[in-house]
Design a protein around this ligand. Structure first.
Ligand code: NAP
Length: 334
């Protein structure tokens, strides 16, 4: 049985990836920052699979060398999902950039030292589409321009980390790399992911925490499809040394709210004037981060994922319904 290392095993996406690996008869070692998470992670995945699993855990942080050699030793491949993904505005961008980049290099160096020649990294559309407002259709040939004014710290962290990975691979050709570049991920989590940054946006809409929505487009994909793309890539030589954008479609916020209303969710229905958002962003750092995307119409092309990985996205309406059910259950007693 092949053993796969999944970094950041406590993550929203990672738990699905681990479950899918078990469904396909792999065994898994996961890294966590804190070993006390282990039992809950195991239980969440076992509940989903309705069977017990023999998962191992190793403590390793992206910011430190400790643990990475032990984590990768004896594994056949690595799925590197861990990266800081905070819900709140971060003042010092290096809090995100350094662990994302240096953590990725720690994982790749440990792979090299242990002769592991297959690595799949969870990157993001954040490494593709920002700072390119002259482009309206994005594919994997495009890179975020981090020197453009207003590019968020998270966006920089994902772009810099992915570039560092490809640079590493160009000097270490024994390793084949694939990056999965998901857009905004929704869908049911395994266990409690109420603090997930991406589900946080859904939560704001379903609880109507903002009275109006900005005129911004959101590219969306289901977590179950993101997970499947990772495992499909692992098993598909056609994915070697390629990036894969995975996106169901792009939707204006207001259209997402209309769909939410159609399934009985009291989402906001008014679109905030972009000028108002720009004005308010003078006083609100979080709003400032979204202003570059106001009124910006774009699409994400997932043709490569469809052709090579057989990516067949779950319908958006199903993602919305299942996300709502999942979050509603978690929020019931709050
Ligand atoms: P998540 O639930 O917040 O998971 C992130 C994982 O990274 C957690 O396990 C976290 O560990 C770990 N991590 C963060 N900083 C770390 C550090 N310094 N050292 C070690 N581990 C660290 O987020 P997610 O949505 O599953 O995201 C997983 C990956 O997908 C990330 O690379 C993210 O950039 C990417 N992605 C996510 C989306 C999305 O919409 N969700 C979209 C595109 C790409 P702890 O549990 O200890 O906090």
């Amino acid at each position: 049985m092949k053993k796969i290392l999944v970094t950041g095993a406590n993550g929203y996406i990672a738990k699905h990836v681990i479950a899918d690996l078990y469904k396909r008869q792999y065994s898994v070692r996961g890294t966590v920052r804190d070993l006390s998470y282990s039992e809950v992670i195991k239980q969440d995945i076992e509940k989903h699979l309705n069977s017990s699993i023999d998962i191992e855990f190793v403590q390793a942080s992206l910011d430190k060398d400790d643990g990475w050699n032990e984590a990768v030793k004896g594994c056949d491949a690595i799925l590197h999902t861990a990266s800081p993904f905070p819900i709140n505005y971060i003042k010092d961008e290096n809090e995100l950039i350094l662990p994302a980049k240096e953590g990725t290099l720690r994982v790749l160096n440990a792979a090299k030292l242990n002769s592991i020649n297959r690595v799949i990294i969870t990157s993001s559309n954040a490494a593709v589409y920002a700072g390119n407002k002259h482009i309206n259709e994005f594919d994997e040939t495009i890179w975020t321009n981090i020197d453009t004014k207003g590019v968020r710290a998270y966006t920089k962290s994902k772009t810099i980390a992915e570039k560092a990975a490809w640079d590493f691979i160009s000097k270490n050709s024994s390793i084949t790399l694939t990056t999965i570049n998901p857009v905004l991920v929704w869908g049911p989590g395994l266990g409690n992911h109420l603090s997930s940054a991406s589900l946080g946006i859904f939560k704001i809409l379903m609880k109507k925490e903002m009275p109006m929505v900005p005129k911004i487009k959101m590219p969306i994909v289901d977590v179950r499809d993101v997970s499947k793309a990772h495992v499909d890539a692992l098993e598909n030589k056609g994915s070697y040394n390629k990036r894969f954008l995975v996106c169901e479609n792009t939707y204006w916020f207001k259209d997402v709210c209309t769909k939410l209303k159609s399934i009985g969710i009291n989402a906001p229905s008014i679109v905030a004037p972009s000028l108002l958002i720009k004005f308010l962003s003078l006083f609100d750092k979080k709003l400032k981060e979204i202003t570059p995307f106001l009124n910006y119409d774009f699409n994400i092309n997932s043709k490569q994922a469809k052709t090579v990985l057989g990516f067949k996205p779950i319908k958006f309406e199903k993602t919305l319904e299942d996300t709502y059910k999942y979050l509603n259950e978690l929020l019931k007693d709050k």
